[in-house]
Write a new protein. Structure first.
Length: 317
């Protein structure tokens, strides 16, 4: 765990005594709670569907609490978080050292919490019948800065592909998905060709790929699962053969290098408020149901075991 971020298990220890929470898998046992207040959430578009469902379900049990969920990308979310504008920041990558330093300068302590896993997916138009699997090297050819203004056709990715113009869509520079993809595919965070169509809104990427037979893009798996009739996800060869993005391949560690964890960061000061602590506990108690409902990949048995062991140690100490 990075030294400048308190771990998710410290967060769990802070909230295990919240009286609004019931046993495992539930938060309230008899009617609505009497909690009140407002919780402000912002950040990653990848994590937004997950937190939206968590917020909706939590508010049913706690109608006096208003949870607002907005999307400005991982980087934009951390900027608001470290400015003291939000209680929770959604992130599709860990907080950067410079972001943590900004929080520290403002007296804000981020508490990291892994909420789910994800398969960052490479998508193409449904009319694309030539590409089923791409290697990391082919993806680099498609997305590297050296390809800007040079690689503009699918047959430049692979000679067996047709003479079809290439159109690219993907996350913008404020997105954690952008950071993760560029680092894993191009070898350095933020290094990418600039002649593509960027957006912090993954739905813009979906519309762009849907509307062009030669289009390709990248986004989180949940958007793929929600739009299977509008796009096609490719298998990725990270060096050990072609692997499709799925819960099974990510949890098994086979979907490399684009399998990743997803995060939220709670402001430590906010966790002292009863409604925020209750929301954190609600998610911890109901994460399996929430991730399934949101079409995300749940935590692996190893992740759950490690978290529980850390929590037990904190409570025992």
């Amino acid at each position: 765990m990075r030294r400048f971020v308190k771990s998710g298990m410290v967060m769990a220890a802070l909230v295990v005594t919240v009286t609004a929470c019931g046993g495992e898998g539930s938060v309230t046992t008899e009617g609505p709670s009497d909690l009140s207040g407002t919780i402000v959430v912002d950040g990653s578009s990848t994590v937004t569907p997950l937190m939206t469902i968590a917020a909706e379900d939590f508010q049913i049990a706690n109608p006096g609490v208003r949870v607002t969920v907005s999307t400005s990308g991982t980087g934009g979310g951390f900027e608001k978080f470290c400015n003291g504008e939000t209680d929770i920041s959604m992130a599709s990558r860990p907080i950067k050292e410079e972001e943590a330093a900004n929080c520290d300068a403002a007296g804000i302590v981020p508490v990291e919490f892994i909420v789910a896993n994800d398969a960052l997916s490479v998508i193409v138009n449904v009319e694309n019948d030539w590409a089923t699997c791409l290697t990391v090297e082919q993806l680099a050819t498609m997305w590297s800065p050296e390809s800007e203004g040079v690689v503009s056709n699918w047959n430049q990715i692979d000679p067996s592909f047709p003479d079809q113009a290439l159109a690219l869509f993907g996350a913008g520079s404020d997105s954690g998905t952008f950071d993760y993809f560029t680092e894993e595919i191009n070898g350095d965070t933020g290094v990418i060709r600039t002649d593509y169509n960027p957006s912090e809104d993954d739905n813009v990427t979906i519309v762009g790929v849907e509307g062009d037979a030669g289009a390709a893009g990248f986004l989180g798996l949940s958007y793929v699962l929600e739009n299977q009739d509008r796009l096609k996800a490719l298998e990725i060869d990270g060096g050990n053969g072609c692997v499709a993005p799925s819960a099974e391949s990510v949890i098994a560690g086979d979907y490399t290098p684009l399998g990743r964890p997803l995060f939220v960061y709670f402001k430590e000061e906010a966790l002292a408020r009863e409604e925020v602590a209750a929301f954190a506990q609600y998610y911890a108690d109901n994460q399996a149901t929430i991730t399934e409902e949101a079409l995300f990949i749940p935590l692996s048995d190893e992740q759950l075991t490690a978290q529980q062991a850390e929590l037990d140690a904190i409570l025992a100490g």
